[in-house]
Ligand binder design. Structure first.
Ligand code: HEC
Length: 105
């Protein structure tokens, strides 16, 4: 029995020492930037808000250079076909019209 008690005591004191050496975790807070969902008012804005903000903010739209209708159509097609944006075929025109109105050439 003696053979077990001594190692047990050594272990217990080691654990106590090890615990004391670990510093208390400090609470660290960060403040994330707030990016407003701002889209100019124009017909089709609601469709864009419904269909285009699930994956990224509307800044992906507003920070683009002014595109032609063809480029915006390709962009919406890419969102739909490549990335799986939930846009019905009959919604594409309304969304493209909006994009051309606010960020068109
Ligand atoms: C299913 C997710 C998803 C939805 C919904 C979505 N997008 Fe995107 N979008 C992406 C991804 C992924 C990227 C590429 C991000 C990157 O490259 O960093 C992107 C990038 C963009 C860009 C930047 C240019 C580019 O081609 O990379 C624009 C503009 C854009 N999206 C517009 C739209 C519009 C307009 C809609 C609505 C029709 C839309 N997105 C809906 C996933 C989505």
């Amino acid at each position: 029995m003696k053979r077990l008690i001594l190692p047990a005591l050594v272990m217990a004191s080691l654990i106590t020492v090890a615990r004391a050496a670990v510093p208390e975790p400090s609470v660290h807070t960060i403040t994330l930037p707030v990016v407003p969902f701002e889209l100019p008012d124009a017909p089709g804005r609601k469709a864009v808000m419904d269909r285009c903000v699930a994956c990224h903010t509307t800044r992906y739209i507003t920070m683009q250079p002014r595109f032609t209708r063809e480029t915006w159509t390709n962009e919406v097609t890419k969102m739909k076909k490549t990335f799986g944006a939930p846009v019905a075929d009959e919604q594409v025109e309304e969304i493209v019209n909006y994009l051309v109105a606010v960020r068109g050439k």
